[in-house]
Design a protein around this ligand. Structure first.
Ligand code: ZN
Length: 106
């Protein structure tokens, strides 16, 4: 596979395309540290990343992106907010939110 920022092989990656940029920046910032990403997923509307070992600096970076993801639509990357009234909490922009509501007839 690719080297560069993609050499932090992710065992499990479960989140929408809207967070791709965010995730790539996170990988870039983690580059100088030893901690490897074991899992990256959407959880309660946040980009949640698990590292293979505890490194204070790396952990702070992960936390920073966890917070940033609360304002970015997971589906499309536009500005989003946490939607509490879907089948589970998701961070979405107005358009994606309305689409989801239609899809699930909420
Ligand atoms: Zn969206």
């Amino acid at each position: 596979m690719d080297n560069g920022i993609y050499n932090k092989e992710v065992v499990c990656r479960e989140f929408g395309y809207g967070w791709n940029d965010l995730y790539e920046k996170l990988c870039g910032e983690l580059e100088p540290y030893n901690a490897k990403i074991m899992q990256a997923k959407e959880k309660y509307g946040n980009l949640t990343v698990y590292l293979d070992e505890y490194d204070k600096k790396a952990y702070e970076i992960v936390q920073k992106y966890y917070v940033l993801s609360q304002y970015i639509c997971e589906q499309c990357g536009n500005k989003g907010i946490a939607r509490q009234d879907l089948y589970y909490i998701r961070t979405l922009c107005d358009d994606c939110y309305n689409l989801e509501k239609k899809k699930y007839d909420i």
